[in-house]
Design a protein around this ligand. Sequence first.
Ligand code: WTA
Length: 650
Amino acid sequence: MTSHTIESVSQEHRVFPPPEAFASQASIGSREAYAALYERSIEDPEGFWREQAQSLRWSTPPARVLEWHPPFAKWFGGGKLNLADNCLDRHVASWRANKAAIIWEGEPGEVRVFTYRELLREVCRFANALESLGVRSGDRVGIYMGMVPEAAIAMLACARIGAIHSVVFGGFAAEAVRDRMNDAQAKCIVTQDGAYRRGSVVPLKLQVDKAVEQCPSVKHVVVVKRTHNEIEMKPGRDQLWSDLVEKASAVHVAPALDSEHPLFILYTSGTTGKPKGVMHTTAGYLLGAYLTTKYVFDLRDEDVYWCTADIGWVTGHSYIVYGPLSNGATVMMYEGAPNQPDPSRFWQIIERHGVSIFYTAPTAIRTFVKWGEEFPNKHDLSSLRLMGSVGEPINPEAWMWYRKVIGGDRCPIVDTYWQTETGSIVMTPLPGAIPSKPGSCSLPFFGISPKVLREDGSEAGVNEGGLLVIDKPWPSMLRTVWGDDERYKTQYFSRFPGKYFTGDGARKDEDGFFWVMGRIDDVVNVSGHRLGTAEIESALVAHPSVAEAAVVGIPDELTGQALVAFVTLKSHDKPSKPLNAALMEHVANEIGKFARPKEIRFADAVPKTRSGKIMRRLLRDVAQGKEATGDVTTLEDIGVLARLREHEEE
Ligand code: WTA
């Protein structure tokens, strides 16, 4: 057993079939319908994708489907299209012209609605504005904004003229903006005076001013006025968005761009290492975003669809902007924090706007659990019909809470597994066709061929933990790391030549369902058991007092590594010695004595990346009493680390 790459200790066996009322209405309504399409997509990928590509609007249909020179892929060669045209003009030419494309709610409470026609006009204006600044096809444009409609408009305007956008999450500081702009050699940055966050103003323009001092390539800064804090405007370089669009025509002819025209760069640091500029291109990415949104969310024209991600992450790119808009959906977009002015805010939004599809992250769900169910219980959430999760393995108990408290035991949950690099969802249940098991992302999406491998490249057995790869190219895969083909090769294709390595550990169960066990870097070896920390965390989260847990390994003379658990309690529970002992026992009972943590520390929060993933690398340092080393620029709340150390000294 000890030769396993990772040993699975999960005890989760619950299964929830698709509700009949849901399945009977769904676009893919049975396991057989899924299986037939899936088999076709794997047996005849070229035929399958040629057919699927017809759902996009092309100026010139593609002559070829795939050119694969491992690890470099080209999809839909010879084809020409415009992504913004697919998201906007196409719907404006239909009955959807006056349908709401974006319903936006600001943190202070105001609401703005853009119909498809209005959104097209705004995008055309800004496309013309960018061109008036000299931005051309292939130029890079930085977007450093909060969750305002102009952020989506700026992305679509770039896509329209063929400029490559690089969105930098508005929670990053000047250095992160500087490094990303320099790596991409951006010509222009779009920003805001400030962004609202939990009632205060984050001064974005100030950060841009600092960053741009050291970005010689940046010639223009465009500023949306949102918070009306004082800003300095540098003549010749800085322009107000409002001044530019006022002068700009609302008509803009979308040029036909090559299928492989670069669409965006998005930097991902993951939880380790120097940020990589993941590059996506036009047609394959769009098709992936379009198709997954359509089937995974079983999208219908009447839906109000809300993905709570920030536009600065890939989830915001694919599932706030490109996926839903290419489907002609109504997208809910919210500017602020979930607890502004109080922890009811999300539930209020669902009630007020009749949200029917809700897509969020495990970190948010665990926070809701911590705050308590009294907040969602005060609101009418009956408009919801489907819920999703993305970003980390979801702890089965958090999944159960989500299903019961938010979904009223009625809504299917899609646990969608994917990455910045995959461009769109690669594994997920289809809500009308595939049963869900809490904590499993279930089965591959069409055209995706995932495998769990042992270190030697052979396929792992049933329930044997191993390394998760995708062994065939797919349309929305990244094409390279910006400016660094070598890094693309070594990072993703060197471990198993010709196969894409995700960096995650996983196992496949007796039904062929996949269970992602977390980043392979987080595996801990205790007395010869190689354990994924996520499963031990899930055991802790299954205890009624625990909202969130982070488990790391530290060196131990006796066992090789020993486990240290950081635990955040639900707001009604208090740390105590007996609770500490009870939690140790709980893990020993749930998993086995070998997994009993050496130490449990109570913490009011654990450090996370800004996209909400637990940063175990930093916790390892804290657990060993070391200063945190390495890159902390993506850390959500630096104060968390300081507080964890204080506990140590108590
Ligand atoms: C993790 C976010 C388990 C995984 C779209 C992956 C998940 C990384 C899931 C990518 C899931 C994402 N179950 N793990 N449903 N979704 N992950 O690039 O470790 O921010 O490799 O993309 O998040 O994170 P990224």
